[in-house]
Design a protein around this ligand. Structure first.
Ligand SMILES: Nc1ncnc2c1ncn2[C@@H]1O[C@H](COP(=O)(O)OS(=O)(=O)O)[C@@H](OP(=O)(O)O)[C@H]1O
Length: 187
């Protein structure tokens, strides 16, 4: 963390406010208070996730940048119906619309050289093979300080720093745990 901040390059941290996200947000903003926090709000979060987002943002004084899909959820559902299932051919377009395009827009607008995430080796088989620091084909330095942390470690960090948590989390682009939805494979 300190090494990456010490590079003195523009940085962002992304979050979806899933369980234990307060840890990375606390860690990054303790190292540098004004790092932009990027959240693509897909419009399908639980009420608890929205409340958690507001609570953590206030508690940590985050510089939160919210990126919304170009169409509202109401608009999309009126013309296309509810969230397509994983095996529905429309699922890829849905993921592109609610997550990948907003993230591409966020990258263009914030133009970071360093990208912090809370990716963990236990998330997926791909992440189990990752290094905590890597450089993507565009030269963006990806830093995952929590890569080898266990849930127990994250829980202890929350307790030690009085951080809230959120376990009522769903991601409409994922039908199951341990699935990659393209954001990290594309960047
Ligand atoms: N909606 C949204 N907004 C902002 N940032 C997001 C979002 N979805 C994913 N991410 C970032 O990508 C990290 C991995 O999340 P996912 O597993 O959902 O992504 S992936 O598409 O399967 O690569 C995720 O990692 P964590 O920091 O561990 O939560 C985020 O940094």
């Amino acid at each position: 963390m300190d090494w990456a901040i010490g590079l003195g390059q523009p940085a962002i941290v992304t979050t979806n406010f899933r369980p234990f996200e307060a840890v990375i947000l606390h860690m990054v903003t303790r190292a540098k208070a004004d790092v932009p926090v990027v959240w693509m709000d897909n419009g399908y979060n639980t009420e608890a996730t929205y409340r958690f987002a507001d609570e953590v943002t206030k508690l940590l004084g985050l510089d939160l940048h919210i990126y919304l899909p170009r169409r509202s959820r109401a608009h999309r559902e009126a013309v296309e119906g509810p969230t397509p299932a994983l095996d529905d051919p429309r699922h890829a377009a849905f993921t592109e619309e609610v997550k990948l395009e907003p993230f591409a827009r966020a990258l263009r607008e914030t133009a970071p050289k360093v990208w912090f995430t809370a990716l963990r080796a236990t998330d997926t088989a791909v992440r189990a093979q990752m290094d905590a620091v890597s450089v993507n084909p565009d030269g963006l330095i990806k830093v995952a300080p929590l890569l080898h942390w266990s849930s127990k470690d994250l829980y202890a960090y929350c307790e030690a720093h009085g951080l809230p948590n959120n376990f009522d989390y769903v991601d409409p682009t994922k039908g199951e745990e341990n699935r990659e939805c393209g954001l990290h494979l594309a960047h």
